[in-house]
Design a protein around this ligand. Structure first.
Ligand code: UDP
Length: 320
């Protein structure tokens, strides 16, 4: 299939684009390079520097090639900023997203795989979280992801759009060539590893959560496994009715446990500074991925936290 990957110059997007090419699909990346990096676009992908929030840009892209599907990975992604600047999140993730769907309809493209998030659930009532768990997002990031999932349902019912939303838990790790490179970096694993390289402390945001050691618990998933789920979702899209899948391992690690694992992987005694909570963070997010495993035949290859951290560490050291 020829797939248009929005956000394909970003962290997860570039690894997904790479996975699609390896699975012998044709890939065009559309990215405005606001957060993405041109050099992350995989060899073999076509690249269009454009903004999915602009109809004109999209019409030009859709006229350039005939696409079989869209993977929509572009958007605003940082939970904390979504609590202080929600406008940006609604404009980009919701209005921009509708803009993309309307362009797809205009150009007769009727398949989409959407990057959604564990943030749609809010503060969970159970762990691990099943897909039918109540959705009460506690930050505008999660709300915009939930709204777009709901918009997809209606576009599906009314216009025949085929859609799957993949709810990522915490994407982490790297391939040999592609890794996490945000500016500013807000994510835990790259921050711990940067602290290791720079001999500076890592900040632990919140030590008074109702968890085993007081720090937040997350379910870390290797970005290569996330990419594999996208390829499977695309290839099964025409034959399944389910519209949302969790991507996680059912196994959570606290921030302090991640720091400890990073010390083991790097051999460096990374100092941790305990600090107040960060806005918008739920205490625990751990996925049940039984649905993705049984319906998409998703078989994660790198479920171990230390493997994930090790891949990110090797990538980070190589690009110094
Ligand atoms: N975190 C932290 N120090 C950092 C970055 C993150 O303590 O330098 C915490 C953060 O507050 C959250 C967890 O690590 O509890 C995971 O955060 P991250 O930003 O990696 O992913 P999120 O769950 O927000 O998508």
């Amino acid at each position: 299939m020829h797939v248009l990957v929005t956000g394909g110059a970003g962290y997860v997007g570039s690894v997904v684009a790479d996975g699609l090419i390896r699975a012998e699909h044709t890939v065009t990346v559309l990215d405005n390079l606001q957060q993405g990096h041109k050099e992350a676009v995989p060899e073999g992908a076509l690249f269009i520097q454009a903004d999915f929030c602009r109809s004109k840009d999209l019409d030009a892209a859709f006229r350039q090639s005939s696409f079989d599907a869209v993977m929509h990975m572009a958007g605003e992604t940082i939970v904390e900023y979504s609590t202080t600047d929600p406008r940006r999140y609604f404009h980009t993730n919701v209005i921009g997203g509708i803009n993309l769907l309307d362009a797809m309809l205009r150009h007769n493209v009727n398949r989409i795989v959407f990057s959604s998030s564990a943030a749609v659930y809010g503060e969970p009532l159970t762990a691990p979280i099943e897909e039918n768990h109540p959705k009460n997002p506690i930050n505008s990031y999660g709300l915009t992801k939930l709204m777009f999932e709901q918009i997809l349902e209606w576009y599906g019912k009314a216009y025949g759009l085929r859609h799957i939303s993949l709810r990522y838990f915490n994407a982490a790790g790297a391939t040999d060539r592609l890794g996490e490179n945000h500016n500013p970096e807000t994510h835990l694993i790259p921050n711990v590893l940067k602290a290791a390289l720079a001999s500076t402390p890592v900040w632990v945001f919140g030590t008074d959560y109702p968890t085993r050691d007081g720090s937040c618990i997350r379910d870390y998933v290797h970005v290569i496994d996330i990419a594999q789920a996208h390829v499977l979702a695309l290839e099964k899209l025409d034959n399944i009715k389910t519209s949302a899948y969790n991507l996680g391992h059912g196994q959570g690690y606290s921030v302090l446990e991640v720091v400890q694992a990073a010390r083991k992987v790097t051999g460096i005694d990374i100092p941790a500074k305990l600090s107040p909570r960060r806005a918008g963070d739920p205490a625990v997010l751990v996925a049940s991925s039984n649905r993705a495993k049984s319906e998409l035949s998703w078989e994660p290859r790198f479920p171990e936290l230390e493997q994930i951290i090790d891949s990110a560490w090797r990538w980070m050291k190589n690009r110094r």
